[in-house]
Design a binder for this molecule. Structure first.
Ligand code: FES
Length: 82
């Protein structure tokens, strides 16, 4: 099971983490990843100045924002889901 952690701390919330969560839920459905990917909320990851706080299978991603998060996450998750 791949765990995708999304920061729901205040700085990331303001940057749209809740919208990314909604997009991720749809992505999981579209790819039929329901049995392979688990979404988890996280408190501040201490990465507030490096874009949205997101980890995929423990890997901290940086530079994510609303405009690129879906594309990057789709690629990152595809690489670890088997
Ligand atoms: S609030 Fe998200 S990393 Fe700090």
């Amino acid at each position: 099971m791949v765990i995708v952690e999304i920061c729901v701390g205040s700085a990331c919330y303001v940057k749209g983490s809740n919208q990314v969560v909604a997009s991720l839920k749809q992505m999981i459905k579209d790819h039929h990843w329901e049995d392979k990917v688990t979404l988890k909320g996280s408190f501040c990851m201490g990465m507030c100045n490096q874009g949205l706080g997101v980890r995929v299978a423990g890997k901290q991603l940086t530079g994510l924002h609303l405009g690129n998060a879906v594309e990057i996450l789709e690629k990152e998750i595809s690489e670890v889901v088997s």
